[in-house]
Structure formats: structure tokens, C-alpha cells
Design a protein around this ligand. Sequence first.
Ligand code: ATP
Length: 242
Amino acid sequence: MVAVNLLESRGLSKSFAGLDAVTDVNFALPEGQIRAIIGPNGAGKSTFVGMLCGRIPATRGEIFFAGKQITDWPAHRRISSGMAYTFQITSVFAGLSTRENVALAARRVYRRDHVRVQAATDEALAKVGLANRQEQLAGDLAYGHQRLLEIAMGLVQSPRLFILDEPTQGLAESEIEGFKSLIQTLGRSSTILLIEHNMDVVMETAQFITVLDQGRTLAEGTAEAIRVNAEVQAAYLGTDNA
Ligand SMILES: Nc1ncnc2c1ncn2[C@@H]1O[C@H](COP(=O)(O)OP(=O)(O)OP(=O)(O)O)[C@@H](O)[C@H]1O
């Protein structure tokens, strides 16, 4: 069977006032895969993902999602066609309850179908383990629980592609274990693109890894192949976040 790519980029590039943040990235993500993007600080990961999501306009190149050329689509159109993403910066509404936040995200997809909104909200809260905190104001949740809430807000939209941008950043070691299994659970119903600095999380969850360095694709392969790749090791040794 020929693998179908859910997401592709061709020659994708971004320059900021003369600085080449991302250069000629050809990327292909088969449907159903858990893929991680890694790379040293400043490698271009956030810029690349920003272009995929429609937050950052590309300078050059093309993006395809589910067979459609989406390079110039605004972010909301990408979301309604099946992309969801969580940001590094917490994007929950602090003054609303945990449940209201998730229901709000569900309404983006299910609109006024109240029954589906409520059912999807229940399911997402249960999957991330926040059902017993659903009445709590989001702003009162502990940081780790807010990160789970962000995931629930993406998950509730039943995305075909779920982009997780540094989901474990700022979490305690004890919370990270739970996130690894959550990522695997999410991978059963969505294709996952994971941007992550924590190598344990990457090595344990990703089926395939793309390494960016200085805006270019440095290497791609399985966790085992990337772990022993001399170029990848050299790129990390050249920085302070090895
Ligand atoms: N809005 C911007 N204006 C100018 N330069 C930018 C902008 N955003 C990113 N850059 C530069 O582009 C390069 C890539 O940055 P980017 O944030 O994409 O890397 P990253 O791999 O996500 O890094 P980190 O792991 O530290 O988050 C860096 O040199 C950065 O300084």
C-alpha cells in the first residue's frame, strides 16, 4: 500500500529581514504517524510550524494538507479542515471554567449542535484526565493542568492533524510520564506533529523524527537512527541545549 501523506511542504522557506529562518524544507508526514521535529535552539522549528498553521506567511514554497494546496489559507480555514495545534504560550481563557474552555473549542467544529458539543467535551476532558476539575476556573488550574486543558481544546475538535508545540515545556518530571502516554493515546486517532525539546519524550513517543538545524533539514529517521547520527550529535554539541 502506498503511504498517503497528510501534510507536505515543498521548498518551504522564511526570511525575516534578511535572516533565513527556514530554507527549502521538503517535509512529508504520512497519515497516522507520530512525528517529532527536533533541533537546537534557533533551528527554525517554531517558524516552520508557524507556516504550517498559517500564523506566519511563507516567503517561498508550498504547503499541502490532505491533498490540497493550502499555502495561502488563513489559519481558521486550516483549523476547520482538520488541523489543530497547541502553542507554547498558554492560550486558555482564565476567567472561564475548564469545561467552558473545551466546549468553546468544540463549537468551532460542531457549531450549534449542542448534543455533539457536550459529548465531545465530556470525552476530551476524560481523555486528558480533567473531568474532575471541569468546573474549576481555568485560571485557577495548576500549570500542568492548563497544559492538559490546551490539549483537550485541540483534541475536542477531532483533528486529522494535531500539532503539539512543546507540550511538556515547564512541566515537572512527575507530570511528563503522563504526557508520554497521552501523546500515544492521541496518536491513535490523529496524526501527530510534535515539537519537543525533551529527548526522552521524543525518543519514546515519535515513530519518526525530522531534525532541523539552521533552518534546513539535517536528518530524518527513526529514534534509533537519529540517536546515533553523527551530524545530529554535532549540531547539538554546538549549542548549550544538548
Ligand atoms: N519574528 C521574527 N523576526 C525575526 N527573526 C525571527 C523571528 N522569529 C524567529 N526569528 C529567527 O529565526 C530563527 C529561527 O527561530 P525559531 O524560533 O523558528 O527557532 P526554534 O527552532 O523554534 O527555536 P527554539 O527551540 O529556541 O524555540 C532564529 O534565528 C530566530 O531568531
